[in-house]
Ligand binder design. Structure first.
Ligand code: NAP
Length: 237
């Protein structure tokens, strides 16, 4: 089965649906969006798939341990993990508070590490596993006002490469996707003019990212590891 964190809406919800359509039983993680996660689960069940909504605040290590135990009991071993849950708390660097620095790093980077470390136990035992981390074009590339977010996402990419090299011999792949400007709640306040900077001249859809995650989680991507797949309409080109 696959655990997708932050799958109550946006990119995570689209990813949960895409993975279910690809045959994966899916644990749909959420923090606050219990109803929204429930809808994702119903949709998947309606399409003949298997899914379970799980309350999983990724910044709560003990809670995440419990979630792993619960989903492994109900859906089998976690053979794929999509670290998607993410937040932003933008400000110019002079004005980023310690709290806004910490919450972004904790949610976007530290939690992804902790969950990956937990998932690897079963994956290494199974000699099979897929980890897909949702990074961003921001990190490898500057975006004034997002020093905390950029640090977290650049960290995700570095972490992805290193863990991939550590476990490649064991049949476990670890990759990242780097979305550009995708229309979700997270970007609701981003001016439409930003689209003009995208060579494809449109914002991305959550499904654009989900399709790439589905590929990286598939057997077709068995020889792809440690890489970052940009899903950005050419923004970072
Ligand atoms: P979104 O619409 O704001 O959704 C965020 C999701 O993350 C929600 O499901 C939310 O859950 C969950 N979440 C937040 N904090 C959490 C926590 N502590 N524990 C568990 N879940 C938590 O965002 P999105 O645009 O889909 O973004 C998804 C990922 O893509 C993020 O990592 C983001 O950084 C990355 N990304 C997005 C874009 C973009 O343009 N949208 C671009 C590059 C990268 P609840 O609703 O249940 O609280």
């Amino acid at each position: 089965m696959v655990l997708v964190t932050g799958a109550s809406r946006g990119i995570g919800a689209a990813t949960a649906r895409a993975l279910a359509a690809g045959g994966w039983p899916v644990a749909v993680g959420f923090r606050n969006g219990a109803d929204a996660a429930g809808e994702v689960v119903s949709d998947i069940a309606g399409q003949g798939g298997r899914a379970l909504a799980v309350a999983a605040d990724v910044t709560d290590p003990a809670g995440c341990e419990r979630v792993f135990d619960e989903i492994e009991e109900r859906l089998g071993p976690v053979l794929a993990l999509v670290n998607n849950a993410g937040v932003r708390a933008d400000n110019l660097s002079l004005s980023i508070s310690d709290e806004d620095w910490a919450v972004v790093l904790e949610t976007n980077l530290t939690a992804a590490f902790r969950l990956t470390r937990r998932a690897l136990r079963g994956m290494l035992r199974a000699r099979y596993g897929r980890v897909v981390n949702v990074a961003s074009v921001v990190g490898p590339r500057a975006n004034p006002g997002q020093a905390n977010y950029a640090a977290s996402k650049a960290g995700v990419i570095g972490m992805t490469k290193t863990i991939a090299a550590e476990v490649a011999r064991k049949g476990v792949t670890v990759n990242a996707v780097a979305p550009g400007f995708i229309e979700t709640d997270m970007t609701a306040d981003v001016p439409d003019a930003v689209k003009d900077a995208v060579p494809a001249r449109r914002a991305g859809r959550p499904e654009d990212v989900a399709a790439c995650v589905r590929f990286l989680a598939s057997d077709d991507a068995a020889y792809v590891t440690g890489t970052t797949l940009y899903v950005d309409g050419g923004l970072a080109a």
